[in-house]
Design a protein around this ligand. Structure first.
Ligand SMILES: O=P(O)(O)OC[C@H]1O[C@](O)(COP(=O)(O)O)[C@@H](O)[C@@H]1O
Ligand SMILES: [Mg+2]
Ligand SMILES: [Mg+2]
Length: 350
């Protein structure tokens, strides 16, 4: 029989690494793993059951919600509620934060931020999607309702973060600040098993990942960096390869394994960027930093950005250390202003 280690066994073994080794964080991670398996089961039969398509509603960001966005949100919240270790949930799919107000959870110590289903526009076409989670310790006293100080914490305060990728296989990747480990779901036994121990992102990648269709709306630093990626230079393995799925989880997972840079910059239409700081950028930044990479908004470390709002957006430049440093060089050397050039050559500063 092949020896394998399940996520549950691994979490118990590593419990002593956690800052507060009482088993609560271990239970929380286990609950997230359970919800991920339920969501995975539903995603795998999408098409057979009526779970594809729009739900007919939209979230606070005005994005139309898919049925699976709502399903995944409900499953993760239900697992966190019944687990009893989470006092408050921030989710992309809920306008406000959700206080888990049972007797047990008044004593609960952890705040969980969630993108229950990332890349949901890809669901209907069978491209990999994911779940992103970020875990903080509450700041307010237990027994009290949680407050803004619990939910608007800096990324550096995260005690754990991870993602699940529902792709050609399903994987859960997480960090508690002691490196990054990846677990593949073995469908024959229904368990996540350790498959990628101590993951590290190669320092020098050769893949850049950005929605180039928005090129005309990018700041000059990004445009010049893209041109740099495309120039031939055998010494630095350029031109680089371009890859972009439209699912952040899939693009970051590839970046973690193969190296590269993923960029979602500010654009004329989304001046602060599109992706959300609390449940997309910060958890991915924590994972990539723990794997030896770098995450910045083009100028500043993502995890040190002040968090003022629940659904705050940020630009992001994340991945291999050398590539992110180079992109930052371009950002600081060229104008941060966003220009739109019409086909007639007219230039309008936004
Ligand atoms: O279509 P665009 O503008 O390139 O945006 C793609 C990005 O938007 C997202 O789909 C946003 O995530 P959600 O599906 O959770 O809203 C990311 O996964 C992805 O990187
Ligand atoms: Mg997302
Ligand atoms: Mg989402």
């Amino acid at each position: 029989m092949t020896a394998f280690k399940t996520l549950g066994q691994f979490i118990i073994e590593r419990q002593k690494d956690f800052p507060y080794a009482k088993g609560e964080l271990s239970r929380l991670l286990r609950d997230i793993g359970i919800a991920a398996k339920i969501v995975n089961r539903e995603i795998n039969k999408a098409g057979l059951v009526d779970i594809l398509g729009d739900a007919g509603s939209s979230n606070i960001q005005g994005e139309s919600q898919k049925k699976l966005d709502i399903y995944a949100n409900e499953q993760f919240i239900a697992a966190l509620r019944s687990g009893g270790e989470c006092c408050i949930v921030v989710s992309e799919e809920n306008d406000e934060y959700l206080v888990i107000d049972s007797d047990i959870s008044n004593e609960a110590n952890y705040v969980v931020a969630l993108d229950p289903l990332d890349g949901s526009s890809n669901i209907d076409v069978n491209v990999g999607v994911g779940t992103i989670f970020s875990i903080y310790r509450r700041k307010s006293d237990t027994g009290k309702h949680s407050t803004n100080e619990d939910v608007l914490q800096l990324g550096t305060e995260q005690v754990a973060a991870g993602y699940v990728i529902y792709g050609s296989s399903t994987m859960l990747v997480y960090t508690t600040g002691k490196g990054v480990n990846g677990f593949t779901l073995d469908p024959s036994i229904g368990e996540f098993c350790l498959s990628h121990p101590n993951m590290t992102v190669p320092a020098a990648g050769t893949i850049y990942s950005i929605n180039e269709g928005n090129y005309i709306h990018f700041p000059d630093g990004v445009k010049k960096y893209i041109k740099y990626c495309q120039v031939e230079d055998p010494d630095t393995n350029r031109p680089y390869t371009s890859r972009y799925t439209g699912s952040m989880v899939a693009d970051i997972h590839r970046t973690l394994i193969k190296g590269g840079i993923f960029i979602y910059p500010p654009t004329t239409g989304a001046k602060k960027g599109k992706l959300r700081l609390i449940y997309e950028c910060n958890p991915m930044a924590y994972i990539i930093e723990q794997a030896g990479g770098k995450a910045s908004d083009g100028y500043k470390r993502i995890m040190e950005i002040e968090v003022r709002e629940l659904h705050q957006r940020s630009s992001i430049f994340i991945g291999s250390m050398d590539m992110v440093l180079k992109a930052e060089e371009f950002m600081s050397s060229f104008s941060p202003k966003l220009f739109v050039k019409s086909f007639e050559g007219e230039v309008k500063i936004q």
